[in-house]
Design a protein around this ligand. Structure first.
Ligand code: AHR
Length: 669
């Protein structure tokens, strides 16, 4: 009997659909035949990974758990995010100075002069600060006070002025020194602020004013938001691409991402503007800067924690070609190449090497085992090849084992002369025998449904394909009206069945972008959404997760008869099958893009007989359905066991669904 996982509501409606679908299926049976005896290409363990970029307040204000914005007074408007506070009749003055700072990389600090107790400053956080009742928050600051008498009161306050936690810091000396205190809020608040006032008349200099939850990912100081890293760990990603994205390129070369400025003590990491600060007029973010508190060392560490291969993408001497298009002259490219060489040494070199020693000094003597490196992000034109070639030559000479990723521009539909530019680079990179070629797709869901066969006839020249950024755009590329809805998720799943079937060619893929702050995003759709306290996964996330958790190690051919190949106009079943080497499980992934259940006869050929199985189904009622903060679990995978399976069995795929059938098998004899 066909087995269907029924969601609680609409049981009657579904039952009638099932009956009707069964009748249809009897009239016109669809058969799906898996050739277990004809294993095809190996599926790379890196097939499904993560793309990360500091966009949508994904790092500062997101993954990086720092709650204070502009903690080091290095924003061009040094007091941005800070306001003066005058309690009762308190008076005083606040100024930012840079004489005799404690860190040359972060020269500005604040001087607070109070004429009476209760004068000071308050920080607004990132659209407020999310704090939880009875959890500990670590406040720290560098400070000095020539008089040695000034006491500072630190308070977490709610928007209506209630003090949720407070602590006093005293005994500042005349030299810069770090002071810490623990704050334990009496209530949970998503929009708290941090107030710092003097307890008596006096003067104090403060810098690097910081507030972190004690509970970060693995409880590390200078740590990451645990809930957000958990989402990433739960993807069991094959790799983690960082730090972007266009952020690698910068609007100008002077504001490109430079990994060396992101390691060492956080206060010595020089802040720069975030390139998404002013990219979209409809989503301005004048307070968006990169502190690099989350820098390359932290990225490597997190990759290790979540079992993902680190995949840094580096600037190759080209600023963003959507913006300034600045190019470094070829005879000045060497420092860029040296940065790449040094990065490999930082990640993999012995502790006796210059950069390996820096890694060890940060707490990780063991190498990070870097295997992949991207040369540029979305670059195009012959200018890219002129820079890519010397990069590859120098890197391969010293580190032939590191796989290098070449760029082919942005999505062909969104940059000037896109299709021709992409073709030019694809051919050039294939000619140059690039290890891996990066391709990007930001398209309508219809394109993804129609492109499950995109790589079926793609030339096999030896270079592997990395689908390094993609996401279905329900309205248009980066439209503020795009939604993370079921239609987009199913179209991505249909596309992924095609990537998996072409695993001999496609060895990596990742959805982009990753994070979106509910209030502070610039680009949507995004895989994971969060506010200051909570986070939830989009339905698109669950597609990624199901493909990743049920990747399989080798492709199994699967034939489908009884249906026309599905398209965006003619919905149907998209399929891929694989085998997991360890368990021997046969995995069948099926996307049903139709509004009705579809009954299918599943046949396993090759002398194997399933003895038991499980179905994990991600489905919804309407293509516009989506997860939200209010309903984070509206669309989540549901797992049931399959009672009767054999070498042939019937199964009805739910309307609008992605189903993973996982079958434990035994030899038939
Ligand atoms: O994912 C958002 C942006 O899209 C990336 O930064 C860029 O590489 C692409 O154009």
């Amino acid at each position: 009997m066909n087995r269907i996982v029924l969601r609680s509501c609409c049981v009657t409606a579904l039952l009638s659909i099932v009956t009707c679908a069964t009748i249809l299926a009897q009239d016109n049976p669809i058969q799906l035949t898996i050739r277990a005896d004809k294993p095809g290409a190996k599926i790379s363990p890196t097939m499904y990974g993560i793309f990360f970029e500091d966009i949508n307040f994904g790092a500062d204000g997101g993954l990086y758990a720092e709650l204070v914005k502009n903690r080091s007074f290095e924003f061009p408007n040094a007091m941005m995010a800070w306001n003066e506070v005058k309690q009762a009749s308190a008076a005083g003055s606040v100024e930012t100075l840079d004489q005799d700072p404690f860190s040359a990389a972060s020269p500005h600090y604040v001087r607070i002069k109070a004429e009476a107790a209760g004068y000071g400053i308050v920080n607004e956080g990132f659209a407020g600060m999310g704090v939880r009742k009875d959890e500990n928050y670590v406040f720290s600051t560098y400070g000095r006070d020539a008089s040695g008498k000034t006491a500072v009161r630190v308070e977490l306050v709610s928007p209506d002025g209630q003090v949720l936690a407070d602590a006093t810091i005293k005994d500042f000396g005349s030299k810069w020194a770090k002071k810490t205190a623990t704050l334990r809020p009496s209530a949970t608040e998503a929009k708290a602020q941090l107030r710092i006032v003097l307890d008596s008349p006096g003067t104090v200099d403060l810098d690097m004013i910081s507030l972190f939850p004690r509970k970060t990912w693995k409880n590390r100081p200078n740590g990451l938001r645990a809930d957000l890293v958990q989402w990433l760990a739960d993807l069991k990603p094959g790799f983690f691409r960082f730090p972007g994205g266009c952020i690698v390129e910068g609007r100008y070369l002077s504001t490109r991402y430079q990994w060396k400025t992101t390691i060492g003590e956080p206060e010595d990491r020089k802040l720069i503007i975030n390139r998404w600060n002013d990219e979209f007029r409809h989503r301005p973010a004048p307070d968006y800067f990169q502190t690099f508190g989350l820098g390359f060392y932290e990225y490597f560490l997190m990759c290790e924690d979540i079992g993902a291969e680190p995949m840094p993408i580096l600037n190759c001497g080209m600023a963003c070609q959507f913006n300034s298009r600045e190019l470094v002259p070829l005879d000045e490219l060497q420092p860029y190449i040296q940065d790449a060489l040094d990065l490999i040494e930082f990640a993999n070199g012995p502790v006796t090497s210059e950069w390996g020693a820096k890694r060890a000094a940060m707490g990780h003597p063991k190498p990070f085992n870097l295997k992949y490196l991207g040369v540029g992000n979305e670059q195009w034109g012959p200018q890219y090849i002129e820079r890519y070639v010397p990069f590859v030559k120098a890197l391969k000479e010293k580190y032939p084992e590191v796989q290098l990723i070449g760029a082919t521009g942005s999505d062909p539909q969104i940059f000037p002369n896109g299709p021709a530019e992409v073709k030019f680079l694809q051919e050039k990179l294939q000619e140059l025998k690039a290890d891996i070629i990066d391709e990007h797709f930001y398209r309508k869901p219809e394109w993804f449904f129609d492109s499950a066969g995109h790589y079926d006839n793609y030339p096999r020249t030896g270079s592997k394909i990395f689908v390094g950024e993609y996401a279905a755009q329900s309205v248009g590329v980066a439209s503020p009206n795009n939604r993370n809805n079921l239609n987009c998720a199913l179209s991505e799943a249909a596309f992924l069945t095609g990537l998996e079937r072409n695993a001999d060619l496609v060895t990596m893929s990742c959805y982009a972008p990753l994070f979106g702050h509910e209030e502070r995003w610039q680009w949507r759709p995004d895989l994971i959404w969060f506010d200051n306290l909570q986070s939830y996964a989009s339905v698109n996330y669950y597609v990624q997760q199901l493909f990743s958790l049920h990747r399989g190690d080798v492709v199994l051919p699967v034939e489908i008869t009884g249906q026309e190949p599905p398209t965006s106009r003619q919905p149907g079943l998209y399929v891929a099958s694989s085998r997991d080497d360890k368990s021997g499980d046969i995995i069948l992934k099926v996307v049903n893009s139709a509004p009705e259940a579809t009954s299918v006869k599943v046949k396993i050929e090759g002398g194997l007989r399933p003895i038991r199985g499980a179905a994990t189904v991600l489905a919804g009622e309407k293509l516009t359905d989506e997860n939200t903060l209010a309903e984070p679990n509206k669309l989540v995978p549901v797992k049931t066991s399959l009672k009767s399976v054999g070498a042939t069995f019937d199964y009805a795929f739910q309307p609008y669904s992605l189903t993973i059938l996982r079958l434990r098998t035994r030899n038939q004899s």
